[in-house]
Design a binder for this molecule. Sequence first.
Ligand code: ADP
Length: 640
Amino acid sequence: MEKPFENTVARRFGVLPNFFRLSAADPRISANLWGFAQFAYLDNSLPSVFKERLFVYLSRFCEIRYCIARHVGFLVGLGYPAGDSSCLPQTVESVLPLLRRPLPHGAGLQPLFAVCAEFESPLSDFPVPDSPGEQALFACATHVFLQTGDASTAHEVLRRAFGEHNLEQLNLLLAFVRMAHYWTRLHPEIALEDDVIHLLTTHEALAHCVLKDPDALADRLDYQVAEELTSLRKLRKQHESMAQAYQGLSVDHQYMKHTLQETEENLRELVSVMPAAVFACDREGTITLCNRQAAEIWGRTPHLDDPPWLFLDSRRLYRLDGKDLPAVDAPVKQVLATGVPVVNCEFSLERPDQSRISVLANIAALRDSAGVVTGAVSIFQDITELKRMHQEREVLLLELERSNRELSQFSYNVSHDLQAPVRNVRALTQLLAREDSLPEERSQLLTLIEQSAVGMERLIGSLLRYAQAGQGQLNRQHVGIKQIIESVRVTLAPLIANTGAQIVCKPMPEVEADPVLLEHLLQNLVANAIHYHRPEEAPAIEISGAPCKDGWQFAVKDNGQGIPRDWQDGIFEPLKRLHGSETPGTGLGLALCRTIVARHGGRIWVESKGSGQGSVFRFTLLATELPSSIVQNSVVKRTP
Ligand code: ADP
C-alpha cells in the first residue's frame, strides 16, 4: 500500500520516481527533499519545458544515469515535465539533439555569449527548444553548474539575460539538480523505474545517448581534469616566463660580474701604474689595497692580512712644526670618523731608517650604496724634494732681490758720481772752445768732445732714472692719465713741433699710481713713437685706455717703423737697441718702462706686424695696490 507522501509525489509527477523512495529509514529526508524539489524545481517560476530540458541537459554530466533517464522520461511523456501536467511532452526525436549537443568552452563560448547579448533584458519570452537562444542559455547555465573556468563570465551573461528574479530561480534549479546528482551518487543502488527501462529498450538511439554519453563523467573527472590542466598550463606558462626571466637575470648577472671583475682589474692596474702612492683601508683599519709607490714611500710593505690598524698605527707621523702626530689623530682616522675628505694635508713621515720625508696626502671616504662610510682611500706623494727646491727657490729669490737692490744702488751711485766729472768735462771743453786762437782742427775736436759729454750726460741721466725707478717706496696717488699726457706733451713740445707729430688722446681713466713714474713711462713711449717714425710720414700717435680683467690696459699706437717679431721681447732688456747711432738713444727707455709697470703690478709688451708696419705698446696697471711682496717679486720677474 502506497503511503500518503508517495501519493503526493506521484500525483505531481504523474509517476513515482525512485528518487523519493531512497531514504526509507528516515522519512523526514524524503519529505524535505520533496519540499526542496517543489520549491526549487517544480514550483520554480521558469517555464516547465525550459526547466525540464535543462534538467536533462545538466544530467548528462553526471556519472549516475538515473537522473538523465528519469528526466528524459518526463520530457517524452512518462510523467509530467517539471511536474506540470499541462505541459505537452516532446518526441524522442526532438530530445535526441539535446542529448548530443556538445558543450563549448573558452573561445567557443563567445558566439553564444553574443547570442545572449542580443536578448532583451530581462527575457520575457524564453527561447524555444533547440533554438540558438536555448543552446546559449543552456551552455551558460551548464558552465555555472559545473563551475568551470568560464563560470563567472557565464553567470554575468545569465544575470543580464534573466534579470535578478529569474536568475534566482535558475540558481535554485541548478542547486536542486546539483543536490539530486549528489544524492544519487550517494545512492548508486538507485534503480530505473520500469517505464524508463521500457522507453530505453524501445529507443536504442535514446538508450545509447542516455547510457553511453561520453560527457557523463565530465562532472566528476573531465572538468576537474580540464580545470587542473588549465591551471597547470597557467602554472607552466608562469614557470616558463619565470625561467626565462631568471635566465635573463643570470646572463645579466654573469655579464655584470664579468664587467665588475674587469673594472676591478683595470682599477688595480691603474692604481699600480699611477705615479702617486695609493692605499685603501676598511673601517677597521685593515689595508685592502696598496700600490708599490706607497710601499716605497713608507719604506716597508704592509701585509694585507695584518690585524686591523697594526700597520697604519705603526707609522710615525709628525706635524709641520715637527711635533708628534699621534696615531689617533692620523688624517685617515679623521676621514673614517667624519666622512669628510682631507685635502692637501701635509705632514712628515719617519721611515724605518729614521729618515723623515714630507708627505702630501688627499684622503676620501669610501661609502656603500646607503652612503655609510665603509673605508677610506688615500693618494699621497713624497714632496721632500719639491719642498727642498721650493725653499731653495725662495732663498734664490731673496738673494736675487737683494743683489738687484744692490745693483740698483750701485748704478745710482755710479751715475750720480759720474755726473759731476762729465759736467766738468763739458764746462772745460766749452771754456777751451772760446779761445779765438784755436786752430780749426782743434776746435772741431773740442766740439766732438762736447758732443760725447752730452751723450754721456744723457746716458747717466737715463741710468739714474732707471736705478731710481727700481728702488724706494712707490708714491701711489689718485692721478688722471689725461693730465699726465698733457704734461708729456709740454715736455716733448720741441720734438713734437720739429716732427709735426699728431697725438690723439682717447678718454682716459684716473688710476692709483706713482705720478712721476707714470710720466716717465708715458714720456718714453711717446718719445719713442716720435723718434722711430718713418721719414716719409709725420708721426701719428693714438693713446687709449680701457678697463681689463685686473684693472686698466693702455695702448700707445704709432704709424712708425715697426718692430720685427724677433725683437719684440728683446727691446725691453736694458741697453738693447734696434737702431744704431743715427738715432740718438740709450737703450734704457723701455727697460725703465718695464720696471715702472712691474712695480705697479702690471706688464708691458709690444705688438707689431714688422718693419714699416707701426707698433702698439700696451701696458696694464692693477686697479688696486698690491701687497708689497708681489710688487717686489714682480721687479725681478721677466716680463712675458
Ligand atoms: P732708446 O733709447 O734706444 O729709444 P728704448 O729702450 O726706448 O731705447 O728702445 C729700445 C729700442 O726699441 C730702440 O732703440 C728702438 O730700436 C726700438 N723702439 C722703441 N720704440 C719704438 C717704436 N715706437 N717704433 C720702433 N722701434 C722702437
